[in-house]
Design a protein around this ligand. Structure first.
Ligand code: ALG
Ligand code: ZN
Ligand code: ZN
Length: 328
């Protein structure tokens, strides 16, 4: 384990979440899962970082508030994850690194800022669990990953392909990050998959282009027909031991499970299916992940942000287990 020493230097053990049996879980400012802030522990094995940026959206705005909504909803997470038989915050130092301050009036500058901030965090040895923000942010994050790991395998959970070319002439939008990433050679094109794809497209060419880029597609109907175990097996085989980046657009979930998002599409995954597929990937070499497109203004009773907080918890658990096992 590459446990960070606490700022006090007193302890080699990870600093965990605030104890909810002593301090009510609704008290105090929210960090992800009530974990310490990064500045309280010095360095972390897994840094949870927010990117409040949504200038790249094509429809409803508001994902800039997603990270904080997920932090609020994550107050109810508990320290032991029975589904993976692991206590993620005891196995590794997980900390909340706060937010990357990206310019909302200049997408190009924001993309540069996000890449530089991700570089800085990766340089400390941390893996990232990034909370968006709209899907534009996946591009600078992938650039940063490729600088460290070379071209990475990508699992992209989303209703949408996000391999479109431009919107209104703009190259950097939430519908285009993965086309840019393929063009830039930062993805391992032998191990790319979309999961949960569905809904109307602009034309059949969208699918042809996407296939030429190297993506495989597991539609949401495939998940329903074939079941989560078979899908997870297939994905694991495709990924093998490659460094894996997982990007999750919360709209992969059905609007019944995630109403709080900008471009909702009917017929999506249940939160149970998403969590189970992720658990089935726990042996993959997960280098970092993002979770994007939570737009709390359209949410109800925190349905979306609760689903998002549990999703980030599973991803964090996978990374913590691998760190504890000395991987990567
Ligand atoms: N990445 C998300 N959520 N949506 C992309 C939708 C792009 C479009 O409006 O066609
Ligand atoms: Zn989407
Ligand atoms: Zn997306």
């Amino acid at each position: 384990m590459t446990t960070a020493s606490a700022a006090s230097g007193a302890s080699q053990e990870p600093v965990g979440p605030v104890d909810s049996s002593r301090v009510p879980r609704y008290a105090g400012p929210a960090t992800f899962a009530r974990l310490p802030r990064l500045d309280q522990v010095g360095t972390a094995d897994v840094a949870v970082v927010g990117v409040p940026f949504d200038t790249g959206v094509s429809y409803r705005p508001g994902a800039r508030f997603g990270g904080n909504a997920i932090r609020e909803a994550s107050r109810l997470l508990r320290p032991y994850n029975p589904a993976q038989d692991a206590s993620p915050f005891a196995l590794a130092q997980v900390a909340d690194a706060g937010d990357i301050a990206a310019n909302p009036f200049n997408i190009n500058e924001a993309v540069e800022t996000i890449e530089a901030a991700a570089d800085d965090l990766l340089d400390t040895g941390a893996r990232l669990m990034t909370l968006g923000g709209d899907h534009t942010i996946a591009l600078p994050l992938l650039r940063s990953m490729a600088k460290k790991h070379g071209p990475v395998a990508l699992l992209h959970f989303d209703a949408h392909l996000d391999t479109w070319d431009t919107y209104f002439g703009a190259e950097y939008t939430h519908g285009t990050p993965f086309r840019r990433a393929v063009e830039e050679g930062i993805l391992d094109t032998s191990a790319l998959s979309h999961v949960g794809t569905r809904g109307p497209l602009y034309g059949k060419k969208d699918l042809d282009d996407d296939e030429k880029m190297g993506f495989g597609i597991v539609t949401s109907a495939d998940v329903m027909r074939r079941g989560v175990d078979e899908i997870a097996d297939q994905l694991r085989q495709r990924i093998g031991d490659r460094p894996l980046y997982i990007s999750i657009d919360i709209d992969v979930l059905d609007p019944a499970h995630a109403p709080g998002t900008g471009t909702p599409e009917a017929g999506g995954l249940t939160s149970r299916e998403l969590l189970e597929i992720l658990r089935g990937l726990s042996t993959c070499n997960l280098i970092s992940a993002d979770l994007v497109e939570v737009a709390p203004a359209y949410d109800h009773a925190e349905i979306t942000s609760v689903a998002a907080s549990h999703t980030a918890y599973e991803l964090t658990t996978i990374m913590s287990r691998q760190i504890a096992a000395g991987r990567g």
